[in-house]
Design a protein around this ligand. Structure first.
Ligand code: ARG
Length: 460
């Protein structure tokens, strides 16, 4: 083996592993994405080593100069990521030897790849969580615009996909502001563990060098150093938190996607998608298919997959570091990419659909959606219990069904036949607007409430 091609452990281990093992154990095609973070953390590390008089000033400067040169080469695509170097950490360290010579050997004093990979990944995740949070802010803004324009757009609210009670379209779409706000909060909560600095835990037991973990903590923007070096190199809770948070967000996106697919269908026709968010069929010339929405509905599957994959890797894994953990990055990167693409697609969808208000109103006029209002009317006006009022209303609905009438078609005489104490003013409860406006309970669908909700979200 020539020295150049030898792995760093080539002095101890005389034989190369079979090619297939080199292939499967190499993660450079995935973790090369961490090169900036790796260089940033290495610079902080050698600065600390020098401050603590563990390496001298000249060596520190030489290393930093070399690292910056490597960064430039990578940015300019003049850098070869060789899978034989196993991972980004080994790759950069080897390259540093090529550039500055033997002094490169000081860089790995008082650290291990076990803490190095964690510091890189945490820095990367803090930045990407911030990106997702910003993108969700945009989604929320887009939703608020739609809500503002549709306070008085009436639709049937569904349970079990059956017409249930009339609601405002704004109220419906604002439900997603709640979901995406919780998604944001979950990503923010992730910062609690992400902001603990793993650097300095070394392989698992810490180090005998007099390092200053508080210095690297501050320098790299962390809050505190992690508390137990064994836990640090074994812990991937922060990864699980992210994979869960991104799965829930992807799941919320899949729900609005599914609703829009149904509502855009020829059977419902409640919304229409603009031409820029539909695709054609290779055989049926008339088709306009909601492919982007189907992409959103389907993508959640791989987010769940990554979460389960990581949960399974961690199950029963003894302490501390094992190669099994290397897959964490693939899971995080894939879930991040999926979610960030999905939010972008969703943001486009939100700007490119229209509401068929008449269809919505027509549908809201079907399915006896004011039946609950009628039952409430009997409670309030005749002093009946709700259960008794419910039974009377059921009879009235049965009568309507039999006679092919809507509740609002009924005459007061017909109503009195079933409930003799009914008064003339009952008619107002069949009006959809009245029904919506009567739901003044906190969080309910009344127009007044919706205006307040929009104001609250805008000021949040
Ligand atoms: N590429 C490795 C990973 O991501 C870095 C840590 C390797 N440590 C080791 N002792 N093999 O997990």
């Amino acid at each position: 083996m020539s020295k150049k091609n030898k792995p760093i452990w080539g002095t101890r281990i005389s034989k190369r592993t079979p090619g297939i093992f080199e292939k499967v154990s190499s993660s450079i095609h995935i973790d090369k994405r961490l090169y900036k973070e790796d260089i940033l953390a290495s610079i902080a590390h050698v600065e600390m080593l020098n401050r603590q008089k563990i390496i001298n000033f000249k060596v520190k400067n030489k290393i930093i100069w070399g690292l910056k040169k490597i960064q430039n080469q990578i940015i300019k695509k003049q850098y070869l990521f060789d899978y034989k170097d196993e991972d980004i950490h080994m790759s950069i360290e080897k390259k540093l030897f090529d550039i500055i010579g033997e002094d490169a050997g000081f860089i790995h004093t008082a650290r291990s790849r076990n803490d190095q990979v964690l510091v890189d990944l945490k820095i990367w995740m803090i930045n990407s969580n911030n990106k997702l949070i910003k993108m969700l802010d945009q989604t929320i803004k887009n939703i608020l615009k739609i809500a503002e324009k549709n306070i008085y757009t009436i639709m049937p609210g569904f349970t079990h996909l059956k017409n249930a009670q009339p609601i405002s379209f704004a109220h419906y779409i604002l439900a997603y502001v709640e979901m995406f706000s919780r998604d944001k909060q979950r990503l923010i909560n992730n910062f609690i563990s992400l902001k603990e600095n793993p650097l300095g835990s070394a392989a698992l037991s810490g180090t005998s060098f007099n390092i200053d973990r508080n210095f690297t903590t501050k320098k790299l923007g962390f809050k505190i150093p992690t508390g137990n070096s064994i836990d640090t190199v074994s812990d991937r809770d922060f990864v699980l938190e992210f994979l869960f948070a991104s799965s829930v967000c992807a799941m919320h996106i899949s729900r609005i996607a599914e609703e829009f697919i149904i509502w855009n269908s020829d059977a419902f026709k409640l919304i229409s998608l603009n031409d820029n968010i539909v695709t054609g069929s290779s055989i049926m010339p008339q088709k306009k298919n909601p492919d982007p929405l189907e992409y959103l509905r389907g993508k959640v599957g791989s987010s769940y997959g990554n979460l389960y994959s990581m949960m399974t890797i961690l199950k029963g894994l003894p302490l501390s570091y094992f190669k099994d953990l290397q897959d964490d990055k693939k899971n995080v990167f894939e879930s991040f990419d999926n979610l960030s693409d999905s939010i972008k697609v969703l943001n486009e969808v939100l700007k490119n659909f229209s509401i068929n208000k008449n269809e919505m109103l027509n549908l809201a006029n079907k399915g006896y959606v004011t039946a609950t209002d009628l039952a409430d009317y009997f409670v309030k006006n005749l002093n009946y219990s709700f259960r008794k009022s419910y039974q009377i209303t059921s009879k009235i609905v049965n009568y309507c069904e039999k006679n092919k009438k809507k509740l609002s078609d009924l005459s007061i005489i017909e109503l009195k036949k079933i409930e003799p104490n009914t008064k003339d003013d009952v008619i107002k409860v069949f009006d959809l607007k009245n029904s919506i406006n009567s739901k003044k309970s906190y969080g309910g669908t009344s127009f007044e409430n919706i205006k307040k909700m929009i104001r609250k979200y805008k000021n949040a």
